[in-house]
Design a binder for this molecule. Structure first.
Ligand SMILES: Nc1ncnc2c1ncn2[C@@H]1O[C@H](COP(=O)(O)OP(=O)(O)OP(=O)(O)O)[C@@H](O)[C@H]1O
Ligand SMILES: [Mg+2]
Length: 252
């Protein structure tokens, strides 16, 4: 099993939109996917509510003996967010990471191909624990000043965690909610590509600002099931990102 986390301490940049679409796409390709929602906002848990399995996310971090053996390993399974996740911020990173690591090993033993972890917009214990147990991290970003301002801290956090988790590979920053008619977005994209040439997803892998994505998240379906003209373009972009991520993760 390979594990990927979406992380960025800036809120509202498209982490959950990305994660949910990767989950739908990977499951459609026949991969066995488990999603862990570590955000108390429970946005991924809302959109993927149909795939709940009865295990809550906080138990993976706090319980040294969580039993995942009865989970179905077919299709898509959600380990949902719960209020107790807020208490995890009182744990040490080492304890949370050790518990989460053994839970991830169990999920792997059940037979999942991919584990996708969604995180809250803060550099806390849950995000740290997710980065400690993951093989890959991807950071959606918005092309706005406040989002760009926080990138350095995110990159530093990933670099620090890599000292403890040498496996962790940064798949890059994915520009999200991009409006190609907005000169500010175009300028910010050029500046970012210039400043972080190796830390951006390859040219062309961007998710546009399209209301069909918000429609999809609200209707609990992937954007390719939304009947709108803009949904077709959004679907193409999301599928291209999913194909790129799969290729980088060397699965499928
Ligand atoms: N490509 C897009 N085009 C238009 N709206 C989008 C797009 N991606 C996400 N949204 C909307 O923007 C909001 C934030 O997106 P999302 O929840 O994915 O961000 P997030 O980074 O997970 O936020 P948080 O940090 O709060 O968890 C949501 O209301 C979502 O519907
Ligand atoms: Mg989110």
């Amino acid at each position: 099993m390979k594990t990927l986390v979406t992380a960025n301490q800036k809120g509202g940049v498209g982490k959950t939109a990305t994660l949910v679409h990767l989950a739908f796409d990977f499951a459609e390709r026949g991969l066995r996917v488990v999603v862990v929602d570590l955000d108390t906002q429970a946005n991924a848990s809302y959109t993927l509510g149909a795939y709940k399995c009865g295990i809550t996310a906080s138990t993976l971090l706090s319980d040294t003996n969580v039993d995942c053996s009865s989970l179905p390993s077919t299709g898509l399974v959600l380990i949902e967010s719960d209020a107790a996740l807020a208490n995890m911020e009182k744990m040490t990173l080492q304890d949370a990471g050790t518990n989460f690591n053994s839970a991830i090993k169990q999920l792997s033993a059940v037979g999942f191909d991919v584990c996708l972890i969604d995180t809250a917009p803060s550099l806390g214990i849950t995000m740290g624990a997710a980065l400690l147990v993951s093989d890959f991290v991807i950071s959606p970003i918005e092309l706005e000043a406040y989002s760009i301002q926080g990138i350095k801290r995110m990159v530093t956090t990933i670099a620090n965690i890599r000292k403890a988790n040498k496996n962790l590979k940064f798949l890059g920053m994915v520009p999200s909610k991009v409006d190609k008619r907005n000169p500010r977005h175009i300028r910010h994209l050029q500046e970012l590509t210039h400043a972080y040439p190796t830390l951006m997803t390859p040219e062309g892998i961007v998710i546009g600002l399209r209301s069909s994505i918000a429609d999809a998240l609200a209707s609990r379906t992937p954007v390719w099931k939304i009947k709108k003209t803009t949904a077709r373009v959004a679907a193409k972009e999301v599928r291209a990102l999913a194909a790129h991520v799969l290729n980088q993760m060397e699965i499928g």
